[in-house]
Design a protein around this ligand. Structure first.
Ligand SMILES: NC(=O)c1ccc[n+]([C@@H]2O[C@H](COP(=O)([O-])OP(=O)(O)OC[C@H]3O[C@@H](n4cnc5c(N)ncnc54)[C@H](O)[C@@H]3O)[C@@H](O)[C@H]2O)c1
Length: 266
């Protein structure tokens, strides 16, 4: 690693698993002091401990990102224990399938809370700390589901669309203070909940075909994008929704019906 995040203090939410765990590890490997936060506190501690065992700097924190008091406490303890915040990766998220007809009202509120309210709360309490330090980088995990209508998961699609536009609004408000705000829109990434879905061979085939690279992404491939957005290498990038999707959006669904390559390239 190249020390891209040397001397930075970073919070990663949803750090107990998947993209968040990979990002916490990668941020630490790039030199950041990391707060690995998750509603599953013991698992977050395990990730933090594995970073420390590898020679990095990390602490685990239990926090439900949909709850204002817990997010405020997460920000306060980071400032108290590590001295400030340079990077906030609002990554925790959840999904409940359903059309508007069959989705329970409670599930709408749950998903909007974990996916959108969390971004509002994280930014609300982190921005003043960043402004005091002269700037910072906020990264929000959206999804390609926030860029197009994702049938069968209406609240997930609505929540990720909201994350993208909240990202733009936040970036506009706080750019004068040096706070950059960007989103990442992953395609299908091999994290525990996704791997469970891919046990169905039909679902797996549909997903492989949907990506031009004909494979799913790795959590580390999203972590690499997050490192870039967290680092000063992306200093002129703000308000962006960075798509990291193995070519999913680039191809028309019709393009998956036939392999367009000449025989010698297959
Ligand atoms: N895996 C994919 O294909 C994919 C694609 C697009 C977007 N995403 C998004 O990436 C993010 C990470 O997902 P993942 O695939 O790594 O899933 P994951 O289940 O491996 O990790 C999500 C983590 O978030 C935590 N979490 C859930 N609710 C929380 C809460 N209220 N407070 C704090 N932590 C909470 C979970 O405990 C878990 O550790 C999510 O925002 C998800 O919507 C994932």
């Amino acid at each position: 690693m190249t020390g891209l995040l040397e001397n930075k203090i970073a919070i990663v939410t949803g750090a107990a698993s998947g993209i968040g765990a990979a990002s916490a590890r990668r941020f630490a490997a790039e030199g950041a002091a990391v707060v690995a936060a998750d509603v599953r506190g013991a698992k977050a501690q395990e990730v933090a401990q594995s970073i420390v065992d590898d020679g990095g700097h990390a602490i685990g924190v239990e926090a439900n990102v949909a709850e204002a008091e817990q997010v405020a406490a997460m920000i306060d303890s980071t400032v108290h224990e590590l001295g400030g915040i340079d990077v906030l990766f609002n990554n925790a998220g959840t999904l409940r399938p359903g059309t508007v007809v069959d989705l329970a009202v409670e599930d709408w509120d749950l998903v909007m809370g974990v996916n959108v309210r969390s971004v509002f709360l994280g930014a609300k309490y982190a921005v003043p700390v960043m402004v005091e330090r002269g700037g910072g980088s906020i990264i929000n995990t959206a999804s390609i589901s926030g860029l197009h209508g994702d049938g069968g998961s209406v609240v997930y699609a609505a929540s990720k669309g909201a994350v993208i536009n909240l990202t733009r609004a936040l970036s506009t408000d706080h750019a004068p203070n040096g706070v950059r705000v960007n989103a990442i829109c992953p395609g299908t990434i091999e994290t525990p909940p996704v791997l469970r879905m891919m046990e169905n061979p039909e679902v797996l085939k549909t997903n492989l075909d949907a990506h031009a690279l004909r494979r799913l992404g790795k959590p580390d491939e999203i972590a690499a994008a997050a490192v870039w957005l967290a680092s000063d290498e992306s200093s002129f990038v703000t308000g962006e929704a960075l798509v990291v999707d193995g070519g999913l959006r680039a191809q028309s669904p019709l393009g998956t019906l036939a392999d367009p390559r000449p025989a010698h390239l297959r």
